[in-house]
Design a protein around this ligand. Structure first.
Ligand code: IVH
Length: 718
């Protein structure tokens, strides 16, 4: 076996995983992270490997499938005629070999082909029965698609009834698009509303069609171009070029320009002409489709496993330009992830001015060996944010050093200066400081966590969506959430919504209300004060009644002064701290007269600084406004719950039958009472067992209530 052969299965598996992942991002999430070109490269590499080593082909390989999975939320429609896709190519040479191949397969015939724009949108299939729109579906996996009839009906250019003498069955296929101007406007609105932007018009169209709510779709500027048929009955068509006037007759929008050709030269000239004018089309196009015109010839050519032999899609190169990478900026996302962004010398690409490009993550920079000062190639195929495709190594300045992410950010978060960590499981670096101003989501999550305020159901994704939708900017905003807002919250994407719902929302609101009553220690922990963990929070709560007491703590100030100064006051302060129980004499001999304080200097400093800071005082003010006054556990135990035997004095005498005296004492104390050794006027009850002594007599004299063992047990039971 050659080295290549031994490596091939591993590489194929790797490519399949990658392609599956990008398929999922593209089809299910409508949020791809690589360009079509890069995707095609991966796909082609897998295809080549499988061609070279056919034993590697498996039935579940992405090369054996047609498209993405339909979403579960929609009803499913089986296509009467499968919806296939086309073989793609980027080279004119391959267009020539396509034509040579069909000429070989259909010798001695003229083979006219139609060249038409390849619309960059979403493939759909509409079924008209007796002229009425019956249903509409997406391509799905080619065999079964999503039922998007309601959404399709919101597109104004699609007629519900076909004009003039419609056939019995007319299944018509085309591409739904969002026009370029509408796309720009939609993104502008989304940007203002703080919503994530669509990457390109195709994603925007896909996202719109996957909306479960047709009212939202109706607001989206969608259009359609029809370019083919599926199942038809009662239609007399011999060639594709006759379809255009027929579609027009029915009132169905179709391609504004198309060409007929019957030689390679003519085909290529049509492709080039289309490239010159397509910028003026209202919708985005990414190529030209070349199709055999005559249906009889199509039939003879047939299909491969995935696509027809009678057509090919030629894709135009996305516009690429070279520019210089001036710097790599690192942004901190609301979940704490650090994302590198290329700062570029401004250039014009596909008609827009570009000065930033995504670099995704550290690994991506390493893989492409991108360095500051490099000349890079950037590509923009209608996307909002362009991507850095590659480095022009020949133009690399001598001084350019390999990019070291950690060093570049000086080992700390560029927003707050906090520590950063790269989780070995993920490719991303993260800021570890929960107080980092950029990390809203993580702060909210921490605040609501079980060990903090235990706000059930405000976990990771809910917190993130609340922040993303602008409903929560800081943890205390949770207390102003309304039930309806939470119930309506979409935890999925716009494309695949998942609504939080009334029941969950009501549970969450309940938990939020309950959080207000949680003790001080939990609150001190939840606020994520630097250096204050759970134990420290508990220690602080034991010595302070309220949060204001902590913020303005004499004890903490004493700890600071004690540790930071060496004046005579030191001894006095030490005594004060010992008296308050906040410090003990040090046992270490080296530290004569020294003390050990409950919390150390670092904590004391951090807590005082936190509440003195702008953010800290805002929290205190806000808590007051929200009527949140957490109390220390010790205090609330005494004051808040009045125990049934609170402040009652008991005296025990004689032998008890069902319990020992110790047990009886424990029970009285558990209910808040206390037991003393002798009877006085202050005694409330004397519990008398068998053969009681002088205490019994004294109680009788003083008129104190005497309980038999049975009466005492009844009292406990009550
Ligand atoms: S014909 C048997 N014509 O491009 C396939 N497709 O990669 C018939 N597309 O799935 C497709 N414009 O979603 C055809 N003028 C056009 C097209 C077009 C865009 C899309 C369509 C198709 C994909 C092929």
């Amino acid at each position: 076996m050659t080295a290549e052969e031994t490596q091939a299965p591993k590489r194929a598996a790797q490519l399949r995983r990658k392609i599956e992942e990008h398929n999922r991002r593209y089809y299910q999430e409508a949020a791809p992270i690589i360009s079509d070109r890069e995707y095609d490269r991966l796909y082609q590499e897998l295809l080549d490997l499988e061609t070279q080593f056919p034993r590697l082909v498996s039935p579940d390989s992405p090369t054996q499938r047609v498209g993405g999975k339909p979403l579960e939320a929609f009803a499913q429609i089986a296509h009467r005629v499968p919806m296939l896709s086309l073989d793609n190519t980027y080279s004119e040479k391959e267009v020539a070999s396509f034509y040579a191949r069909i000429t070989r397969l259909l010798p001695n015939q003229r083979i006219p082909v139609v060249i038409e724009p390849k619309v960059d949108g979403v493939a759909v299939s509409l079924l008209y029965e007796n002229g009425r729109l019956r249903h509409a579906a997406t391509r799905g996996d080619g065999a079964v698609g999503d039922d998007i009839t309601q959404n399709i009906k919101t597109i104004r250019s699609i007629p519900e009834r076909l004009r003039s003498a419609p056939p019995r069955v007319f299944e018509v296929r085309g591409e739904v698009f969002m026009d370029k101007r509408g796309f720009a406007k939609l993104n502008e609105e989304r940007s203002k509303a703080g919503l994530p932007l669509f990457a390109n018009p195709r994603n925007a169209a896909a996202g719109s069609l996957k909306q479960l709510d047709p009212a939202i779709v109706a607001k989206r500027p969608l259009g359609i171009v029809f370019y083919g048929t599926g199942a038809v009955d009662d239609v007399d068509l011999e060639k594709h070029s006759d379809l255009f006037p027929l579609l027009e007759k029915f009132g169905l929008p179709t391609s504004e320009r198309w060409w007929l050709a019957d030689s390679v030269v003519e085909i290529l000239s049509a492709i080039r002409e289309l490239d010159k004018i397509r910028a003026d089309f209202a919708y985005q196009t990414d190529g030209a489709v070349v199709k055999v015109d005559a249906f009889a010839q199509r039939e003879r050519l047939g299909f491969t496993a995935k696509s027809p032999r009678w057509a090919i899609a030629y894709k135009y190169e996305a516009e690429r330009v070279e520019t210089r990478l001036i710097d790599i900026l690192v942004q901190v996302g609301r979940t704490g992830v650090l994302t590198p962004v290329a700062a570029l010398e401004t250039v014009t690409v596909s008609g827009s001015r570009v000065s930033r490009a995504t670099l995704h993550n550290e690994d991506e920079i390493k893989r492409k060996d991108i360095r500051i000062g490099d000349t890079v190639v950037i590509e923009k195929a209608g996307e909002v944010i362009p991507a850095v495709i590659e480095v022009v190594k020949s133009k690399r300045p001598r001084s350019a050093k390999p990019f070291d992410f950690f060093k570049h950010i000086h080992g700390k978060c560029p927003v707050c200066g906090g520590p950063v960590r790269r989780d070995p499981q993920f490719v991303a670096w993260r800021c570890e400081n929960i107080q980092c101003p950029a990390q809203t989501t993580r702060r909210v999550e921490f605040f609501a966590a079980r060990s903090a305020l235990d706000i059930e159901s405000i976990g990771g994704i809910v917190a993130d969506k609340l922040v993303e939708r602008g409903l929560v900017r800081e943890p205390l905003d949770l207390f102003e959430l309304k039930l309806e807002q939470l119930a309506k919250l979409n935890l999925g994407t716009e494309e695949a919504p998942r609504i939080f719902g009334e029941k969950n929302a009501s549970k969450a609101i309940h938990a939020i209300e309950r959080a207000k009553t949680l003790p001080l220690s939990r609150w001190l922990f939840a606020l994520a004060i630097p250096d204050v963990g759970k134990t420290t929070a508990m220690q602080l709560a034991r010595f302070h009644e309220t949060i204001e007491d902590v913020a303005d703590s004499q004890l903490l100030r004493d700890v600071l002064t004690y540790h930071e100064r060496s004046d005579q006051n030191r001894k006095q302060i030490a005594n004060r701290l010992i008296e308050a129980g906040f410090a003990e004499k040090s046992k270490s001999k080296s530290e004569k007269d020294g003390i050990v304080t409950e919390v150390g200097r670092v904590v004391a400093k951090s807590v005082l600084a936190f509440f003195e800071s702008e953010a800290g005082s805002r929290i205190l003010r806000r808590m007051k406004q929200l009527h949140i006054f957490p109390k220390s556990e010790k205090i609330s135990a005494k004051k808040a719950v009045k125990l049934p035997l609170a402040e009652k004095a008991f005296v025990l005498t004689g032998a008890l039958a069902s319990m020992t005296r110790e047990e009886a004492t424990a029970k009285i104390e558990a209910l808040g009472g206390h037991v003393s050794g002798s009877v006085s006027k202050k005694t409330d009850y004397v519990l008398a067992g068998a053969e009681p002594g002088s205490k019994f007599e004294k109680a009788k004299q003083l008129g104190i209530r005497i309980l038999t063992e049975a009466e005492f047990r009844k009292m406990l039971a009550r």
